[in-house]
Design a protein around this ligand. Structure first.
Ligand code: 13P
Ligand code: SF4
Length: 328
């Protein structure tokens, strides 16, 4: 079996129905397929569960299935493996990385942490297992504000790696967290000018913005929130039009849940493309998903010593989120 490129690179028999075969293999392997909202439409359609980063971590922690196929990026697979060390966790293409996680190398982050003794370390889930291992509590964009707010007001905090999310939380909580200087290349590249033009073109549209976007984009928002929070807002809102400033995969679920509403993707700064995609998320294809179930590879592995330390801040996030009523 050839997995040199990060995925199983073996020929697929001509003429087979990939969707049917994936469902058949899934049953045979007793596997559960989980997909992030930014996945391709055909992957979302086949998944047993779709969700944002927090939901996927929670689902992984709860599932009874011995095999988890996580259609998302590498850190999501790692989080599932850390929570379920005895399960087989497969990400159909291990090279599905994350520019935000990559903006925070573990050795540099550890030096940063050591340079600030007496600080509680909060890390966004978009980090490697090694960064989580030097973290006190993990957060996602669905619970970051509440988890930071649950800490004593005088607690000194380091927040990494997303400077935009950190800056947003500082601004709404009045905290002065020390921020790691990282960012997501997708959420950073929305064009303020093109967004202003779209607002002019659709004056009744509500603007939905992910907190990984920089402040000049956030201040144009009617709603700033995690992928799940933006979806919930669109479902509950009486408005009929929405301009969406996050990865455009979420428009699939927004449109599915709200067939009578119009969703307009906000464009990036560069090029002529109307929407903003994460190329890492789109690396997962039906072919790779099929081969991953057929060959049960590539598997996510995490160094057991790192996993032992990294599980604590992830578990703490889930416990606090449950106590605060953010998850059940
Ligand atoms: P959420 O799923 O927490 O909204 O995060 C967005 C993201 O960029 C995932 O990689
Ligand atoms: Fe990472 Fe950004 Fe892609 Fe999310 S959208 S996986 S934060 S690069």
């Amino acid at each position: 079996m050839n997995v040199e490129k990060g995925y199983v690179d073996e020929p697929i028999q001509d003429g087979i129905d990939l969707r049917e075969e994936i469902l058949r293999l899934k049953r045979e392997r007793n596997a559960v397929i989980m997909a992030h909202y930014y996945q391709r439409e055909e992957i979302q359609q086949l998944a047993d569960h779709i969700g944002d980063s927090l939901a996927l971590a929670q689902l992984a922690a709860k599932t009874d299935a011995p095999v988890i196929v996580l259609c998302g990026v590498h850190f999501m697979g790692e989080t599932a493996k850390i929570l379920c060390p005895d399960k087989t966790v497969i990400v159909p293409d291990l090279s599905a990385g994350c520019s935000l996680a990559d903006s925070c190398p573990a050795d540099e982050f550890e030096r940063f942490v050591n340079a600030h003794p007496g600080h509680t370390v909060i890390s966004y889930v978009n980090t490697s297992a090694a960064v989580k291992a030097v973290t006190d509590v993990v957060v996602t964009s669905s619970n970051a504000k509440e988890i930071v707010g649950s800490l004593p007001e005088d607690e000194k905090i380091i927040f990494g790696p997303d400077r935009n999310l950190g800056n947003y939380i500082n601004s709404i909580t009045g905290r002065d967290m020390i921020l790691w200087d990282g960012a997501c290349h997708v959420h950073e590249k929305f064009s303020v000018q093109k967004l202003v033009d779209l607002k002019r073109q659709y004056p009744d549209a509500k603007v939905l913005v992910h907190p990984e976007c920089p402040k000049p984009v956030r201040i144009l928002a009617d709603k700033v929130g995690s992928t799940q929070a933006l979806l919930n807002y669109a479902v509950d809102s009486e408005s009929k039009q929405f301009i969406v400033c996050t990865e455009s995969g979420i428009l699939i679920e927004m449109q599915r849940r709200c067939p009578d509403k119009t969703f307009i993707p906000a464009p990036p700064e560069d090029g002529t493309c109307a929407c903003n995609e994460c190329e890492y998320m789109k690396l997962i294809t039906l072919e790779k998903l099929y081969n991953s179930l057929k060959y049960m590879a590539p598997e996510i592995t995490v160094d057991p010593e790192i996993a032992k330390r990294a599980v604590k801040p992830i578990q703490r996030m889930l416990d606090i989120s449950r106590d605060l009523g953010i998850i059940k």
